[in-house]
Design a binder for this molecule. Structure first.
Ligand SMILES: NC(=O)c1ccc[n+]([C@@H]2O[C@H](COP(=O)([O-])OP(=O)(O)OC[C@H]3O[C@@H](n4cnc5c(N)ncnc54)[C@H](O)[C@@H]3O)[C@@H](O)[C@H]2O)c1
Length: 451
């Protein structure tokens, strides 16, 4: 007889990101959570995950992608964890709900408006719960920004500038595999910016209304290869004869995790993790800018650049009582290489408040250790630990998933049409996410205007 206190999971997609969840459920949170079944289109990666000692001890049943429905029917499953390629999230999210399960999905929830509409409609038809794992909200320094804005220290927010930088090593990784095609990832304005737009939506407790954007691929091009002296780079790093000259050469065989997870599994499905970042066979941008108008009157100026000298972001909020600046620098990594992804670098991170007509001051940053600015561990605790009240309301459902991707989807449309795009026209029937209330109508200055 199954233990009623144990929540049962199936995981779909057992690539780089899955290790984070496999370890959490099978080790840290094993007393209240259990992996019952695993599903992947690649039989090699499926077996690899099933053989992790703490997972193997649970004896999960293994299924191919075609056996997904059978997996749900044959097992007493409560939650399906969706961790596969972005373009297939919607299929598994909807099917899981239709078959009676709740869903936890990695970001982006999906990649285009039609798929997002399908998720909204299916959720409303089935009443099941869809959780989107926005780990960035949980990073202590980003929760602290929310705390400062909620405290009213800069009054009502008037405008926001956000610049996100991906270092050359981490940034290049999005051009090596499926992310390089919009049909698989939605492009970086969806795949990556879903984090950033979600943060701004949540920081402001507001909804995006219209967007205009530009985007180009300026670095990951055949022209850059020629400037680096590469005459005829190979399709994959592993077969490139000019590898010794290329600063972006990725040797999958030199890293135990990358070799086991990708190189050794290529023969099953032809998924190559080391495609040339200078090939013309891709359609995503590496330099993107957007202006977003929000329903509370705030305008966001946003940029994302993928080949930068450091990894992290800077954000500035201008408010009726002052200005808040936050800079966050993170460690760089190659996804799935076994290192901590995006750990916060203390020396490159600060928060500063500039009260209007008063001296500025530093706010000691709430520090977090571990992946994604300390957000990963806090997210796991919230997902798999005992429920606790959260004044920042960081647990996100499908509505936050929708509004974060709609910014990127609208931005993609704007790049194609060279015009403003109305976010609300893209998906129907989705209400506002639950956000904490923000200060409203704060006093302006604490000293007279003429001083
Ligand atoms: N929140 C974060 O910080 C973060 C970090 C990394 C990845 N992610 C997300 O996690 C997801 C997985 O990313 P990843 O880096 O592990 O990718 P990956 O390519 O390493 O792994 C994807 C896995 O899914 C399998 N797969 C693909 N399509 C499938 C299908 N239709 N059916 C069954 N299996 C399928 C692949 O064989 C592979 O094992 C993505 O949605 C990504 O955006 C989030």
């Amino acid at each position: 007889m199954p233990d009623a206190k144990i929540i049962t999971y199936a995981i779909v997609g057992l690539g780089g990101r899955s290790r984070f969840y496999l370890d959490a459920i099978s080790q840290t949170y094993a007393s209240t959570n259990r992996i019952v079944a695993l599903c992947d289109r690649n039989a090699g990666r499926l077996a690899l995950a099933a053989n992790i000692p703490s997972v193997a001890a649970l004896k999960p049943k293994l299924y191919s992608e075609k056996e997904f429905d059978r997996m749900i029917e044959e097992n007493r499953l409560q939650v399906v964890l969706v961790l596969c390629q972005d373009s297939d999230h919607d299929h598994y999210i909807c099917r899981a709900m239709e078959l009676g399960c709740d869903v936890v999905t990695e970001k982006p929830m999906t990649i285009d408006a039609a798929r997002a509409q399908r998720i909204v409609d299916t959720q409303q038809k089935t009443g099941r719960h869809v959780r989107v794992t926005f780990n960035y909200r949980y990073s202590p320094s980003r929760s602290q920004v929310k705390e400062l804005l909620m405290s009213g220290v800069i009054g009502d927010v008037l405008s926001v500038d956000l610049q996100w930088m991906l270092d050359t090593r981490h940034g290049a990784d999005y051009f090596r595999r499926w992310h390089r095609h919009k049909r698989s990832s939605g492009g970086l304005l969806v795949h990556k910016s879903t984090h950033h737009f979600d943060l701004v939506n949540w920081w402001l407790s507001a909804l995006p209304e219209d967007i205009v954007a530009t985007g180009r691929r300026r670095f990951a091009t055949p022209k850059t290869a020629r400037r680096l002296g590469l005459q005829n780079p190979g399709r994959y790093c592993s077969e490139c004869e000019e590898r010794s000259k290329c600063p972006f050469f990725l040797d999958l065989s030199a890293n135990e995790e990358l070799k086991a997870l990708y190189l050794d599994q290529e023969s099953y499905d032809g998924y190559h993790r080391d495609q040339c970042i200078f090939s013309s066979d891709m359609d995503i941008e590496d330099s993107m800018q957007a202006l977003v108008n929000y329903d509370n009157g705030v305008t966001l100026k946003y940029s994302l650049n993928s080949f930068c000298a450091w990894e992290g972001f800077t954000i500035q909020f201008n408010g009726t009582k002052g200005r808040l600046e936050h800079k966050c620098e993170e460690s760089v990594y190659i996804n799935g290489d076994g290192t901590v992804p995006g750990a916060l670098k203390k020396e490159g991170t600060f928060t500063r408040v500039y009260p209007t007509r008063k001296p500025a001051y530093e706010v000691p940053v709430w520090n977090g250790t571990g992946g994604h600015g300390g957000g990963d561990d806090a997210l796991l605790l919230d997902l798999f630990g005992a429920p606790v009240a959260d004044k920042y309301m960081r647990a996100a459902d499908y509505r936050s998933g929708v509004y974060s991707i709609l910014c990127g989807i609208a931005a993609n449309q704007s790049i194609a049409t060279h015009g403003w795009v109305k976010v609300g026209d893209l998906v129907q029937g989705v209400s506002s996410p639950d956000y904490p209330s923000m200060p409203d109508g704060c006093e302006l200055f604490s000293i007279p205007l003429h001083v």
